[in-house]
Design a protein around this ligand. Structure first.
Ligand SMILES: Cc1cc2nc3c(=O)[nH]c(=O)nc-3n(C[C@H](O)[C@H](O)[C@H](O)COP(=O)(O)OP(=O)(O)OC[C@H]3O[C@@H](n4cnc5c(N)ncnc54)[C@H](O)[C@@H]3O)c2cc1C
Length: 475
């Protein structure tokens, strides 16, 4: 029945809406908390179960709306993926949070999820590459003597450019910082050649790609969100993680949702009228709601078909993809080594490496690289060599990584914008398209590209949709 539902039938009669709930139930994926009743039309359909989708589904359903929550894959979390490695709940994607991130911190407090610290926060040994091929080691103080000043110079324009980080367009970008790449901005700084090399490494990991791809203005956002303080910024970027991984918070939030949840439901197309939206999955199941919250990554938006078409800007930007496309890898090394933090050049296979877990007879390092072209994370020899650039004597026992770039439901890692996107397209990216509302970390106002931004965006979409449905009911 659902396969033959054509556009005319859909537009003509809301009785066609019955189709969705019926077909879906036959798949046996449902972990239903509440089933569609009446004509099968939902108030809201939420697509995607990363932090944005889980927040939207929970909030909308708790507001009394009848919510269907669809997920393409077989698990919750999207770009947060807690896995098990060497006796630890490690996160292959999003991991660290901090109390400068208001949305995720509020959820952490609400559900009382304990946090723990990365071992490297107490690192005694720093390793850095002030020029390619030139390894230097020293104390934290030795490293920060070089890096503190470099970072201050790099972030100097932030206070003037982003005085209200949650309104990134509050001040007009008269200096054209959004048009500059991070690389161009570093080139213009009055700092030493060594500091420039280190800044390029740092900015490459922020954008998770080479520094000639990301907007300087978008990079400045991180320090602005952290109260213009580089140590507090690090506290929010790489110090605290959830005990038990991101799954521990995500599961609590999801358990609080009253939405009907179905996994294994990749949505391929979306069709809307003035007052309804129909989504169709790759297996041609259809579901109908009055509103849709599309909580898929920015890079995935353009892989879905829309009738009528949605804005060109959204489709174009999605096709170009945000810059996040590098690698993240965990490597277990034999024996005990001093807790370390390593900072290389952006052309090295791994640009940041640090001790994440300090176990009795082994340690787990976490590493980040700017491009999968620089490191094949399935190649044991390449991983061993990459680690040895920081710890020449370390022997890698085992390693694990996840290729977010080829996962069709992420198509990239964390979001940083390309030059011009923020000033020219950001408002448009946040805009609803008729009954389709968008929710993802990738379009958040504050900590865009972070777990915090996903929760911000999901909560806002649920609020907007609930308000509109309330207005509609009282009209
Ligand atoms: C390697 C890595 C490291 C990171 N580190 C951090 C960190 O330390 N701290 C931090 O705060 N953030 C970090 N991030 C970023 C953070 O993980 C993301 O910003 C955030 O999780 C995104 O949430 P989201 O809900 O917007 O999107 P996602 O988590 O990507 O969720 C989107 C969901 O939509 C589903 N979906 C996609 N297409 C379809 C479809 N067609 N039909 C149905 N469902 C679909 C996906 O399967 C997925 O479940 C990291 C990300 C990566 C990849």
């Amino acid at each position: 029945m659902t396969n033959t539902l054509n556009r005319r039938a859909f537009l003509k009669s809301s009785s066609a809406m019955v189709a969705g709930g019926v077909a879906a139930g036959t798949l046996g994926f449902s972990s239903s908390a509440q089933s569609a009743e009446d004509d099968g039309t939902y108030d809201v359909i939420v697509v995607g179960s990363g932090f944005a989708g889980v927040t939207a589904a929970r909030n909308a359903s708790q507001a009394g709306l009848k919510v269907l929550h669809l997920e393409a894959s077989s698990r919750l979390g999207g770009r947060c993926f807690t896995s098990h490695f060497a006796g630890h709940d490690i996160d292959l994607g999003g991991t660290w949070i901090g109390w400068g991130q208001p949305h995720v911190w509020a959820e952490k407090m609400r559900y009382q999820i304990p946090i723990t610290e990365s071992a490297a926060f107490s690192a005694s040994q720093y390793v850095w590459y002030p020029e390619p091929g030139h390894r230097r080691g020293g104390s934290p103080d030795d490293y920060w003597k070089v890096m503190y000043e470099a970072n201050e110079a790099y972030f100097a324009p932030a206070r003037e450019a982003l005085p209200r980080p949650y309104s990134p367009l509050f001040v007009p970008d008269d200096k054209g910082l959004d048009r500059l790449t991070a690389k161009e901005a570093i080139e213009q700084l009055d700092v030493s050649a060594e500091q420039k090399v280190l800044l390029n490494g740092f900015a490459a990991i922020n954008g998770h790609s080479p520094t000639d791809t990301s907007s300087y203005l978008d990079q400045l956002r991180w320090i602005a969100l952290a109260g213009f303080n580089q140590f507090f910024m690090w506290d929010n970027l790489g110090r605290f993680r959830f005990e038990g991984g991101t799954k521990s918070l995500l599961t609590k939030m999801h358990e609080d949702s009253k939405a009907e949840f179905k996994t294994g439901q990749p949505v391929k197309s979306v069709e809307q009228t003035d007052d309804h939206v129909q989504v169709t999955t790759v297996r041609n199941e259809t579901y109908v709601g009055r509103k849709l919250i599309l909580a898929v990554p920015l890079n995935v938006i353009s892989t879905i078909e829309y009738t009528p078409a949605i804005s060109n800007t959204k489709m174009e930007i999605s096709r170009q993809r945000h810059t996040g496309s590098g690698v993240k890898l965990y490597a277990r090394i034999k024996g005990k080594h001093p807790l370390m933090f390593g900072h290389g050049t952006q052309d090295m296979p791994l640009t940041f490496v640090w001790t994440e877990y300090d176990d009795e007879d082994s340690q787990i390092l976490v590493g980040f690289g700017a491009s999968p072209e620089l490191l094949d994370t399935t190649d044991a020899v390449a991983v061993q060599e990459a680690v040895n650039q920081y710890l020449p004597d370390a022997e890698v026992i085992d390693f694990v990584s996840y290729d977010w770039n080829v996962d069709p439901y992420s198509l990239g890692t964390w979001c940083m914008y390309r030059p011009g996107w923020l000033t020219e397209s950001f408002e448009e990216l946040q805009q609803a398209e008729g009954n389709i509302h968008f929710a993802t970390a990738d379009i958040a106002s504050g900590w865009r590209g972070f777990i915090d931004g996903a929760i911000e965006s999901g909560a806002l979409a649920a609020e907007q949709v609930a308000e509109l449905l309330k207005e509609g009911a009282s009209a």
